[in-house]
Design a protein around this ligand. Structure first.
Ligand SMILES: *Cc1c(COP(=O)(O)O)cnc(C)c1O
Length: 447
């Protein structure tokens, strides 16, 4: 697009209308947060509506792992768009869904064989919870309908997903009785790459001992609790969790919506532990960030239990289930992943971030600096005012969106070394500049 067109379309963003009429994630309509206009994107860069180019440190919330405008994904989508953009999935199938699900069954652990295509991450979590509940109905234990999870988790914004989000900082209190009461154990304390701290699963086991007769499943984000503050925990914790699930006969649901597809150094985070889930949730990077799609994959045993339940069928079927356009994008994105380049890219990003971010630990208000795979985190000693800092990041030429007390980046795997340095420099500049007055309470969310 030439410059004249860019200027025309700039004039076309009606910011005042946006402010008056359009909700953005986790915002107020009476006190609208400032929004930045984006005109286009290419590679790892966003072109803002005023013409400024910034490096994207977020991959559009974990999703855009291969960068914007990847010809392989665009070609696959354009071909699909002109062949079959959408058709109902009830009683119908198509190659994009079949091809994608073949790859998903291949890529994930052997036990995971039955794929449910959902519209978004939150829905994939709803589907996983329903699967677990229907499974026990089919195993003559209909009282096993509750979920057990750990604190500091985040699993989405719909009602069932909210019920397993962190009970203290999540959305439980806001919606009162409408949010199903679930069971919560303490968040894992054992650090990543370290042994299980003695006693770390004791409270969880005590809850299982007292309640296993009514627990359908444990749900957890493996290795990294993302929206709950970007904490990395020990793989041995997952091993212990799997053993407890087996011992007390509850299913294990792994929510890999943020961690899946290479983000933290393994194709799936559970690979750090060699355990298998009974049900796995995928989303965010599934389509390479081009269009919404998610998936819930379960074992043969879970699928059989659902068939044996009174309903005899799995009771879920969204209108846009298996959308061909989204499946074609996901299939193309997974094809890029399967070429294997991501592994070296993520390792390089990790090495460079470790090197460049390390010095930030010396700054006055920095509490912790940590890196795993392509996730780089500077944790401050108190909450950050995201709104106030957004413009400062843009002035430094980057798009980075802190939340809670963390400044973090999750860049596209295709980022260049020079672009990554610009991102880490911006993180350090802001972290060094933050004074207590700039901090303010922020909501708990990936917003
Ligand atoms: C983002 C996220 C979700 C919710 O996905 P949406 O597509 O936003 O509904 C669920 N679980 C985890 C771990 C996530 O990071």
């Amino acid at each position: 697009m030439n410059n004249t067109n860019l200027q025309n379309s700039t004039a076309n963003i009606d910011f005042e209308f946006d402010k008056q009429h359009i909700w953005h994630p986790y915002t107020s309509m009476s006190n609208a947060a400032k929004v930045t206009g984006v005109h286009s994107a290419n590679g790892c860069e966003l072109t803002l509506s005023d013409g400024q180019v910034v490096i994207d440190g977020t991959s559009s919330w974990w999703a855009c792992i291969h960068g914007y405008n990847r010809p392989e994904i665009i070609d696959a989508m354009q071909h699909q768009l002109s062949t079959l953009s959408h058709v109902m999935f009830g009683g119908i199938t198509h190659a994009p869904a079949v091809n994608l699900c073949k790859r998903l069954v291949d890529m994930t652990s052997p036990k995971l064989t039955k794929v449910f295509l959902a519209d978004s991450g939150s829905i994939a979590v709803e589907v996983a919870m329903k699967m677990a509940m229907q499974y026990w109905q089919g195993r003559n234990k209909p009282q096993k309908q509750q979920l057990l999870t750990v604190k500091r988790g985040y699993h989405g914004d719909t009602f069932a997903a909210m019920s397993v989000c962190d009970p203290d900082n999540g959305m439980h209190t806001m919606f009162g009785d409408a949010v199903t009461e679930q069971l919560f154990a303490p968040a894992p304390q054992s650090e990543f790459n370290q042994a299980l701290v003695s006693g770390d699963t004791d409270e969880l086991e005590a809850i299982l001992i007292a309640n296993h007769h009514k627990i359908a499943a444990i749900i957890i984000e493996p290795i990294m609790q993302a929206a709950g503050g970007m904490h990395f925990y020990s793989a041995e914790y997952l091993v212990a969790l799997r053993a407890l699930c087996d011992k007390y006969q509850v299913l294990l649901i792994l929510d890999e919506i943020a961690t899946g597809f290479g983000r933290i150094g393994k194709l799936f985070a559970y690979e750090y532990s060699n355990i298998e889930a009974d049900i796995l949730c995928l989303g965010k990077a599934l389509t390479g960030g081009y269009i919404s799609l998610a998936a819930t994959i379960c074992s043969d045993e879970v699928a059989k239990g659902i068939s044996d339940s009174p309903a005899g069928v799995f009771m879920h079927g969204p209108t846009f289930m298996g959308n061909p356009l989204a499946c074609a994008a996901a299939d193309a994105s997974l094809r890029i992943l399967q070429s294997g380049d991501w592994q070296q890219q993520v390792t390089q990003i990790e090495t460079q971030m470790k090197h460049e971010l390390a010095e930030a630990i010396e700054y006055e208000h920095v509490k912790n600096v940590r890196v795993l795979g392509s996730v780089g985190v500077i944790e401050m000693d108190s909450a950050i005012n995201t709104g106030a800092l957004q413009q400062a990041f843009i002035e430094l030429g980057v798009w980075i969106r802190p939340f809670g007390n963390v400044i973090y980046i999750t860049p596209p795997y295709s980022i260049s070394s020079a672009q990554l340095t610009t991102l880490t420099n911006a993180m350090k500049t802001i972290a060094a500049d933050i004074t207590q007055e700039q901090s303010s309470a922020d909501t708990f969310s990936n917003g």
